[in-house]
Design a protein around this ligand. Structure first.
Ligand code: FAD
Length: 455
């Protein structure tokens, strides 16, 4: 690789690079460390050089150099992904996109933005004209919009707008090919799916166009319940209340709040809390629903204090795992989707399945639900905390869920088809041939694509 790299570096004059080995090693990492299965598999996997383009012209130059010298390229945003998506399996260039931070325009309902912009920054910008981003992962303060689209799936806001991959949640993507003469390709409409959640194997995204939501004043609330299933049913009922606008409904089994140090005074021991982010105009209707399910409101932060003090969002989605692991590193997690059906019949089944899993695994799998919208219906997803013992036992737990009809987006693999997506769509594979003819992009992350770098 050394000879190739020297030649590569010579063709990158004027573009920021990092060659210090400690820095390169750091920028070869992500948050796969949540998985005790992935850690040994990805140990020692590092890039050879980090390249930090400032604009699309520089990205085109890097892509041409990588194609010419047949050097693998692993694109990176903030590196907060959990599957080892950003960890280069075959060395080469780490392409750090975080310097690309322009926001070309924001209009009512839509924004065009470079990929290195952080989600929180974008949200702040769009709120200036009364709009906000539709959804964000709980890492919104650090994660980039490019990394969210290429590696994420949904989060705070998904209760209203579904997942990122749902039709209409990404309007357009501008993608750079890695070929002898790299090109920019603009994908619009359903074509964006060729690159959405493709983990950087299908072109380098430089710009995205996303739809926005009307900005609301958001209040944050904690409600506690004596029974876990009452908390879950309350969550479902609030999710189903279409007239009440909300951005987050997270339900936790009573063992989990012990990991939320900053919130302990609001969660009496042994109770099962529900965390809510709800629009202030809908707040008036909350006490009635809480009373109906026998809950207690223990914490309320009005919208005017948004951004100050505690941010409930940063205890939800995979931040729950982060907090638990900061106390006990033997804890890992699962990502599950309980079956959905707009008719309502299966929704009952999904809560019954939640109840079954809650009792079946007891303390070994601590239930953490996140409600979100799937095909028009609100369903419980889960990022359960698992007390890890062995890989074999973890797989048993996964298989048990799957046998009962719960879909698992396995976070203990760095292979795309073994995670949430299960298959690479034929259109994605066809697009891959066009944008990456030498198979240089994030090689090794797909079962069907063999690493084939030639000299
Ligand atoms: P990175 O991790 O840098 O990249 C992710 C993937 O995208 C990689 O495969 C990379 O190669 C590719 N990529 C990055 N930029 C580009 C580009 N410009 N072109 C092509 N490919 C590119 N995820 C959720 O969906 N919802 C959550 O609520 C959530 N919560 C999390 C909480 C914690 C504590 C942690 C550690 C992770 C969480 N995640 C969540 C995962 C992750 O934070 C998000 O998906 C985030 O949006 C990734 O953004 P990033 O900039 O860090 O991307």
């Amino acid at each position: 690789m050394t000879i190739k790299l020297d030649a590569l570096i010579n063709s990158l004059e004027g573009i920021e690079t990092i060659t210090d080995s400690a820095q390169v090693a750091k920028l070869s990492q992500d948050y796969h460390t949540f998985s005790p299965v992935l850690v040994p598999k990805l140990e020692g996997k590092v890039g050879d050089i980090v390249v930090r383009p400032a604009n699309e012209a520089e990205v085109l130059k890097v892509a041409a150099a990588c194609a010419k010298h047949r050097v693998p390229v692993t694109v990176r945003g903030a590196g907060t992904g959990n599957y080892g998506q950003c960890v280069p399996l075959h060395g080469g260039v780490i392409l750090d996109m975080t310097r690309m931070q322009e926001i070309p325009w924001v209009k009512p309902g839509v924004a065009r933005v470079e990929v290195g912009v952080k989600l929180a920054t974008l949200d702040k910008k769009t709120r200036e004209i009364g709009w906000e981003i539709r959804m964000a992962p709980s890492t919104y303060r650090t994660a980039t919009i490019g990394g969210f689209i290429a590696g994420g799936s949904g989060g705070i806001g998904s209760i209203q707008y579904g997942l990122l991959g749902d039709r209409g949640n990404i309007l357009a993507l501008r993608v750079i090919t890695v070929e002898d003469e790299p090109r920019a390709i603009e994908l619009r409409g359903d074509d964006v799916q060729k690159v959405n959640h493709a983990w950087g194997i299908n072109g380098i995204i430089t710009e995205v166009e996303i739809p926005l939501a009307p900005a609301y004043p958001w209040a944050e609330v904690i409600v506690t319940f004596d029974e876990f299933m009452t908390a879950a049913k309350f969550g479902q009922a609030l999710g189903n209340a279409d007239g009440m606008i909300k951005k987050l409904i997270s339900v936790f089994a009573s063992q989990i709040p012990q990991y939320f140090h900053a919130l302990q005074q609001y969660i009496p021991e042994g109770t099962h809390p529900v965390f809510l982010i709800i629009s202030e105009p809908s707040l008036e209707f909350l006490p009635g629903l809480v009373q109906q399910y026998g809950g207690k409101i223990t914490y309320k932060k009005p919208a005017e204090e948004a951004g100050k003090g505690i941010n409930l969002a940063e205890f939800t989605w995979n931040h729950t795992t982060l907090h638990a692991r900061s106390v006990d590193t033997a804890i890992t997690y699962l990502q599950s989707m309980f079956p959905s059906d707009a008719s309502g019949g299966l929704r009952l089944r999904s809560l019954k399945l939640v109840e079954h899993m809650y009792h079946h695994f007891g303390d070994e799998v601590m239930m953490h639900l996140e409600f979100f919208r799937v095909n028009g219906a609100v369903v419980p997803g889960a990022l359960q905390l698992v007390r890890y013992t062995t890989e074999e036992r973890l797989n048993e737990i996964i298989h048990y869920h799957e046998e009962q009809g719960v879909s698992i987006a396995n976070p203990h693999t760095c292979i795309i088809e073994e995670g949430g997506r299960k298959v690479i769509a034929p259109e994605q594979l066809k697009f891959k041939e066009i944008v990456d003819p030498y198979g240089l992009m994030n090689p090794g992350k797909s079962k069907v694509l063999q690493f084939k770098v030639q000299n």
